[in-house]
Design a binder for this molecule. Structure first.
Ligand code: SIN
Length: 489
């Protein structure tokens, strides 16, 4: 069931140098609907030669793009933003078809993704340098910020639109040109974005999109080619490590938005209803397939039973199904590997002593969907405590003291997002500062916005996306020393 009213956005060719092209090898692959397995599109399966061609085009386009004024680049970004919003409903349908998330969530993602373009169109005009007070009277010291150059961008399937725009928008605003490799599961949204960029008048070669099932081939060229000056990646920590290692050969700058293991802490003094609503939003958004989803729900002993009862009742309202059905709140998992992983984590947790309170199986009528699940009596020694679940499964841990909660929360190599609920102002500060995470939600289960810096510490990544800091990942700081000012001719 592909419900795309305006199929001009459904492109079955890749986009290189302003042309819609097949792979040089002629190879192709199919894109399927994860909810039904239905065929949606057939796109080019590109490799090394196509990547080299894209790098040539991006390099050739660099000067022209970079020499535009920031106001001109901002104008083109705004035109693109405008077209995306105009076609929001078509883009959302394409997104739901290839990724599975409920249509309302897909519409939300298109607006969220477009917001990054608007934000960085505005930021393009604020890439300021400094004048540094000089240590001598005949010199003036300045800094300017310049575009890094050609950027390789590798994006995941869980947000097929927004993870692209949040990298592309600052790159383009700064004056960089880009080569995007979307996930093989979700290339359609990437191609649709390129089609609208073309319509907006973004010049040829500035944005190139390569579709592939051979991520290693494209990644290998992007990471090791001298003309690619930066790589930005969102995905697993395991792949991020490999890419970072490969980028070392050319000492490329990297931005990495990697895995998480988000703690969601509910203290005894929390407002129960707010905490339950936050846990539902944080845990079950996108069927639990986000890097910032609550991965471990830690509940203090005094509020534990009341929280579990209310949370279970709220979970019973959720509905699995096809994302095109208006009742659906939990769509399918992305593929068979994801299904195997989620089911196996639940099985192992139960075997290791967790109590299966709700769910725990695939939906009989929609076998690609895993039922929203709650496990209680989960402990730190169980595998589910250290794995990123990426599914609609909520493991609940019990703790007694604030120190114990902080120590449990920080007991992970990851440091992306953390959440906690309290009404105590002292605790709010103490815990915010003690959590070793790049982002902390206090009495909030959803913290992403284009205006704030998104990113992690420890093994969750390097760099920040969105906000006024996001542009910094795409510029080089140059120091200018202007001397001899006192010599008169
Ligand atoms: C992610 O899962 O990586 C992104 C989630 C978000 O932007 O909120």
């Amino acid at each position: 069931m592909l419900m795309v009213p305006n199929s001009d956005l459904l492109r079955e060719k890749a986009y290189i140098g302003g042309r819609w092209v097949n792979a040089i090898s002629g190879n192709q692959f199919d894109v399927v609907d994860p909810a039904t397995g239905d065929h949606l599109a057939t796109v080019p399966d590109m490799g090394e030669e196509d990547t080299l061609l894209a790098i040539t085009h991006a390099s050739e386009a660099l000067n022209g793009w970079n020499n535009k004024t920031s106001k001109e680049r901002a104008g083109l970004l705004k035109a693109w933003h405008h077209l995306i919003l105009e076609r929001k409903s078509d883009l959302a349908r394409l997104l739901t078809a290839e990724q599975g998330k409920p249509l309302a969530e897909a519409e939300g993602e298109i607006a969220y993704g477009a917001a990054y373009i608007e934000w960085f169109a505005e930021e393009a005009r604020r890439i300021y340098g400094d004048v540094i007070p000089s240590p001598s009277s005949d010199r003036r010291l300045l800094t300017i910020k310049q575009a890094i150059g050609v950027v390789g961008i590798i994006t995941p399937w869980n947000f097929p639109n927004a993870m692209i725009t949040r990298k592309l928008a600052p790159a383009l605003a700064a004056g960089c040109t880009v080569i995007v490799k979307p996930s093989e599961e979700t290339p359609i949204s990437a191609l649709a974005l390129a089609a609208l960029a073309e319509e907006a008048g973004i010049p040829e070669g500035v944005i190139n999109v390569l579709t592939t099932t051979n991520a290693a081939a494209i990644g290998g060229v992007l990471t090791q080619h001298d003309d690619v000056r930066k790589l930005s990646f969102t995905g697993s920590t395991q792949v991020g490590r490999m890419l970072m290692r490969d980028c070392a050969s050319t000492v490329k700058k990297v931005s990495l938005e990697l895995g998480g293991n988000a703690p969601f802490i509910v203290f005894d003094d929390a407002d129960l209803d707010t905490a339950v609503a936050g846990a539902i939003a944080s845990k079950y958004r996108n069927a639990g397939q986000t890097c910032v989803c609550a991965n471990r729900i830690l509940v203090q002993a005094g509020i534990h039973d009341a929280f579990v009862a209310k949370f279970a009742s709220a979970v019973s309202e959720l509905r699995t199904g096809n994302g095109f059905s208006r009742e659906t709140t939990i769509g399918p998992l992305i593929n068979d590997n994801a299904k195997r992983k989620v089911a196996s984590l639940v099985r192992q947790a139960v075997r290791q002593g967790a109590d299966l309170l709700v769910g725990g199986a695939f939906d009989e009528n929609n076998p690609a969907c895993f039922e929203p699940t709650i496990l209680t009596d989960v402990t730190a020694s169980m595998s589910i405590a250290s794995e990123e679940i990426f599914g609609p499964v909520a493991p609940i841990f019990r703790f007694n003291t604030e120190d114990e909660a902080i120590s449990l929360a920080n007991d992970t190599p990851f440091g992306l997002a953390a959440y906690f609920y309290t009404q105590d102002i002292g605790r709010a500060w103490r815990v915010s500062e003690a959590l070793e995470y790049g982002m902390v939600g206090l009495n909030e289960g959803i913290l992403s916005t284009e205006t704030a810096p998104f990113g992690g510490i420890k093994q969750s990544g390097i760099g920040r996306e969105g906000s006024r800091y996001g542009i910094e990942d795409y510029v080089e700081l140059k120091y200018l020393c202007m001397g001899g000012l006192n010599a008169s001719s």
